[in-house]
Design a protein around this ligand. Structure first.
Ligand code: HMG
Length: 392
């Protein structure tokens, strides 16, 4: 049975911070961010936007009513949970009006979570071929003001509809995972921002890539020559470029090396404007590749490197389905250019604002007219979400 991704959706917030502005405010050379990290802009989420609203906004436009009848599992992968008990997937299941006899839960392992969710979704469809699984990767990456990670923040969600006979890509049976217990990046329950051993985290990322790729090639007798493109987890695109250079096989014909490099450039276009969206970053890279590459064709194989700090890595591959391009958007870059630019002062105010609850645990919010879904109020400590009605 062929199982894979039938539809992909993406949502980010309506506000953007230009990294040239951030560089000026932090007295940093702008080229450190544009060339040193390969980043241009970051999406900034206000208080009324969180992993629930972003996740629902990513999934809503791709789901038809027949999908909602067939979805019997909703998995949200995140490391930006809004509740320690209730899963984000339960809120999103409700907001999207998915049929009730479904399993909905949250899954976590830093930026790796969505890959585990896809693995589970595939096993589920193998057992129940007529069902569909909605996998959502939704995160808001916040490192804090004037930290080394500040330019690598971001906000966004990717939604993937998993089914048999998918129309975009098929999962190949070749996953190789690796777990190593390291403290490169973590966020204790009492902290709103992560602790990071920055340089160490980049070394772990690159070493997990190299060792997992070696094992993948050994187990599957495959090598770079078998792939048209390689997508990487994108904490910031420069690290992924280092990854590509690390595994590049210099004995490949120049034409194929050029194709891999060209496709890498296409895979980072969205992340350069959105920043790190943690567990969705790898799949934002995949979406950027599929929507912008002009040298891919049906049956091409794409390798994916998933990395979540802590750490778990996984390499797997997908094959493109004939007609895959009909399921994609060609206007995403223009849409990103329509976000409202913030000054650094506004960004500091909006991104780090906390809900101010009264003694009974109530707060109400406004200013979310441009969002698709919004956190409208907190009533007795319960978060209340709405689908925002658009006036025509
Ligand atoms: P930094 O202070 O930007 O580090 O922090 P840097 O001083 O090494 O500079 C970065 C690059 O800019 C260097 O290039 C400099 O040479 C260059 P490289 O040597 O690496 O090729 N540079 C310049 N280039 C042009 N013009 C200039 C200039 N000045 C310097 N004038 C760091 C970098 C990664 C530490 C920081 O961004 C950080 O802490 N980020 C957060 C952690 C992170 O993203 N780690 C990545 C691996 S871990 C991961 O991927 C998991 C994660 O997504 C979380 C999860 O799993 O949940 C983070």
């Amino acid at each position: 049975m062929k199982i894979g991704i039938d539809k992909i959706g993406f949502a980010t917030s309506n506000y953007v911070l230009k990294l040239n502005d951030l560089a000026a405010a932090r007295a940093t050379d702008p080229e450190k961010l544009s060339k040193g990290l390969l980043l241009k802009e970051l999406s900034i989420a206000p208080l009324t936007e969180d992993i629930i609203t972003l996740g629902a906004a990513a999934a809503d436009p791709i789901l038809k009513s027949e999908d909602k009848e067939k979805i019997d599992m909703v998995i949200v992968a995140t490391e930006s949970s809004i509740d320690q008990s209730k899963a984000a997937a339960v809120f999103i299941h409700g907001l999207l009006a998915i049929q009730p006899f479904a399993r909905s839960f949250e899954i976590k392992e830093a930026c790796y979570g969505a890959t585990a969710a896809l693995d589970y979704a595939k096993l589920h469809i193998e057992k129940y071929p007529d069902s569909k699984v909605l996998v959502i990767a939704s995160d808001i990456a916040k490192y804090g003001i004037n930290t080394p990670g500040e330019p690598t923040q971001g906000a966004g969600a990717i939604a993937m509809l998993i089914s048999k006979d998918p129309r975009i890509l098929i999962f190949n049976e070749d996953n190789v995972a690796q777990t190593r217990d390291v403290m490169d990046f973590w966020r204790p329950n009492y902290s709103t921002t992560p602790y990071v051993n920055g340089l160490y985290s980049t070394q772990q990322y690159l070493d997990c890539l190299k060792t997992t790729w070696d094992e993948y090639q050994k187990r599957h007798k495959l090598s770079l020559k078998d792939f048209a493109a390689y997508c990487f987890h994108l904490p910031y695109p420069k690290l992924a470029l280092k990854g590509l250079n690390k595994i590049m096989d210099k004995s490949l014909p120049q034409e194929q090396q050029d194709q891999l490099k060209e496709n890498f450039e296409k895979s980072i276009l969205y992340s350069q404007k959105v920043g790190n969206i943690y567990t969705g970053s790898l799949f934002l890279g995949l979406l950027s590749l599929l929507e912008n590459s002009d040298n891919l064709k049906a049956c091409d194989k794409i390798a994916l490197f998933s990395y979540g700090s802590g750490a778990v890595a996984e390499i797997f591959s997908v094959s493109l389905v004939p007609g895959y391009e009909n399921q994609l958007s060609r206007t995403r870059l223009e849409e990103l250019d329509q976000r409202q630019a913030l000054s650094v002062e506004e960004y500091e105010h909006i991104f780090f604002a906390e809900a101010e609850l009264d003694a009974e645990g109530n707060a109400s919010f406004s200013g979310y007219e441009d969002q698709s879904f919004a956190l409208a109020e907190i009533a007795e400590h319960q978060r209340k979400y709405i689908k925002v009605e658009k006036s025509s």
